[in-house]
Every structure is written in structure tokens, then in C-alpha cells.
Write a protein that binds this ligand. Structure first.
Ligand SMILES: NC(=O)c1ccc[n+]([C@@H]2O[C@H](COP(=O)([O-])OP(=O)(O)OC[C@H]3O[C@@H](n4cnc5c(N)ncnc54)[C@H](O)[C@@H]3O)[C@@H](O)[C@H]2O)c1
Length: 287
């Protein structure tokens, strides 16, 4: 039987940790799975510092801090997802990996457990297709950083059952977020619109027409964007963003509008991933 107060998260990275924090803050018992204790500790450590800062700033009381952290746990066993009402997968953007995780979750979890993927650009239909119950699989696309971003795209796969989609929308509301329904098309809505934002900025840079700092400043000061394209790529991770660009390019059958930039490829190959490695388009003092 699935426990309606329990949520599982697979992957304790940038997104997984953020989603787990959102779930624990919304009152759910939350268990996070990853492949090594080091990754779990890092993810839970990031949540702890965030919550600690919230308490120091007076946004939450010491009792609330204790309660939120008390609802969070880590596990090296995927079996720990058994009993959850919702499991959100947030592992790297690789189709075979996501399909494999979904097949395992399908076998571990009770029939009424909703299985969600946080994929940015892969097909929810394809991820769910290898499972025995693709009707309970949906996309739940959170934005970075999950604790601060209100929007969640809820994606209906080709085989998702209507009730499961409704349930996902309801759960997103319970997590304190704003659900928006999207079809299972490459990049859904936000990431599809965002591709030209990054790609054109990279082309301007590649053509030598403007520098990174100039492009970011113009977009922020004149365009009123919260972040410039290069700051945002560094926040997302140049590896994560490069794979999203690649998968949209593939999914649209090499439509030139989505062609990846050689600059982004080079950044990825060089390990200049952005904030998480301390270096990307900008240099960051601490990781
Ligand atoms: N970074 C973003 O801005 C962003 C935004 C929205 C959606 N997403 C999507 O979220 C997903 C995760 O991205 P991220 O940025 O958190 O990546 P990340 O690299 O920060 O984290 C991935 C985590 O998954 C773990 N992992 C790897 N293999 C695993 C396995 N077999 N089982 C369990 N865990 C495993 C890694 O150890 C790591 O902790 C991707 O699908 C990505 O497209 C990312």
C-alpha cells in the first residue's frame, strides 16, 4: 500500500535535492535514493544549509527546521521507494538510464504509486514505455532551483491515464507549486522556448559580436530577465543544458533551429560546467 504522506526522490543532485527539500517542507516524509553515500550526503547537506539559512533569517522557527529535517532521509536501496505515493526520478538526462530506473520502480512500487520523471527534454512516453504500467507515469518538470521556482510542468505521456495526470496536478499543488499541463513534445513548453535564448546568445558570442558579460547585462538591464543566458547556463550546468539541446535537436529531426553550439560542446568537453564545478562562462569562488 502506498502511504499518501510519503514521497520518494531518485537522484540527490541539483534537482533531486531541491525537490526533496520542497517535499519535506510541504509536510511529506521524504526519502532520497542515490548510487553512493557521498552523493546522498552532499544532497542532504545542501538542503540542511538552505533550511539553516531560512531559520537564521527568521523565515522558519527552530521547531520547523527540526520537523523539516526530521522528515528527510537518504537510502542506498531503491527498495526504499516502496510505500511512497509518488516517486520523482531526477537522474542524469540519459534515456536508457531513465528507462531502467522506471522499470525497477515499476516492479518495486505498489500499483497506485505515481511515477514521475523530472526530465527536461526526453520523451515521457519513451521513458514509461518499458514498464508494465505506463498509465501511471507522468512528467513533473520542476525548475532550478526547485525551492524557489513556482512553476512545474505536468506532462501527459501517450499512455498516461487521465486520473493519474489529475493526481499529479493535485500533488504539485500540495507541494506548494503551480502546475501547468503540457503535452509530451520535445522540450515541452519552457525548454523549447528557452533553446533559442541560449543558442542565439552562444551564436552572438561565437560571431564575436558581444562578450558574455555584455550579453548578460543587456538581457537583464534592458530585457528585464532575472538572469542573463550565460549566468543561467552556468546555474543549470553546461553538461545538463548541452544534453537538453542535443535531445531537442534529435527529437526535431535535426531542425537547424535547435542545432547545438560548438561553444557549448567545448565547455562540456572541458568540464567547464558552471557553478557546480566552480568554472563555466564565469568563475565562482566556492563550489
Ligand atoms: N539542472 C537543471 O537546471 C534542471 C532543471 C530541470 C530539470 N532537470 C533535469 O533533472 C534531471 C537531473 O538533473 P540534475 O541537474 O539534478 O543532475 P545532477 O547531475 O546534478 O544530479 C543527478 C544525480 O543522479 C545521480 N545518479 C546517477 N545515476 C543514478 C542512478 N542510476 N540511480 C540514482 N541516482 C543516480 C547522480 O549521482 C546525481 O546525484 C535531469 O533529467 C535534468 O534534465 C535539470
Amino acid at each position: 500500500m502506498a502511504d499518501q504522506t510519503k514521497i520518494g526522490v531518485v537522484g540527490a543532485g541539483t534537482m533531486g535535492a531541491g525537490i526533496a527539500q520542497v517535499a519535506a517542507q510541504a509536510g511529506f516524509q521524504t526519502v532520497v535514493y542515490d548510487v553512493s553515500q557521498e552523493f546522498i550526503d552532499r544532497g542532504l547537506g545542501r538542503i540542511r544549509s538552505f533550511i539553516e539559512r531560512s531559520r537564521e533569517r527568521g523565515r522558519i522557527t527552530p521547531e520547523q527546521e527540526k520537523e523539516i529535517l526530521g522528515r528527510l532521509s537518504g537510502s542506498l536501496q531503491l527498495d526504499a521507494m516502496n510505500g511512497c505515493s509518488l516517486v520523482i526520478e531526477a537522474v542524469p538526462e540519459k534515456i536508457e538510464l531513465k528507462r531502467e530506473i522506471f522499470q525497477k520502480l515499476d516492479a518495486i512500487c505498489a500499483a497506485e504509486t505515481l511515477l514521475a520523471t523530472n526530465t527536461s527534454s526526453l520523451s515521457v512516453t519513451t521513458i514509461a514505455a518499458g514498464t508494465k504500467h505506463p498509465e501511471r507515469a507522468v512528467g513533473m518538470h520542476f525548475f532550478n532551483p526547485p525551492p524557489l521556482m513556482a512553476l512545474v510542468e505536468v506532462i501527459r505521456g501517450a499512455q498516461s491515464r487521465g486520473e493519474c495526470v489529475d493526481q499529479a496536478v493535485e500533488l504539485v499543488r500540495k507541494l506548494g507549486k503551480t502546475p501547468v499541463l503540457a503535452q509530451d513534445t520535445p522540450g515541452f513548453v519552457v525548454n523549447r522556448i528557452a533553446r533559442p535564448f541560449y543558442n542565439e546568445a552562444l551564436r552572438i558570442l561565437g560571431d564575436g559580436d558581444a562578450k558574455v558579460e555584455t550579453i548578460d547585462r543587456i538581457m537583464k538591464e534592458a530585457g528585464k530577465f532575472r538572469m542573463g543566458p550565460f549566468e543561467l547556463m552556468d546555474l543549470i550546468g553546461n553538461d545538463v543544458n548541452f544534453s537538453a539541446t542535443n535531445s531537442l535537436y534529435e527529437a526535431f529531426f535535426h531542425d537547424p533551429r535547435f542545432r547545438p553550439s560548438p561553444i557549448q560542446h567545448r565547455m562540456y568537453e572541458a568540464g567547464l560546467l558552471g557553478r557546480k564545478t566552480g568554472k563555466g562562462f564565469y568563475t565562482y569562488e566556492s563550489k
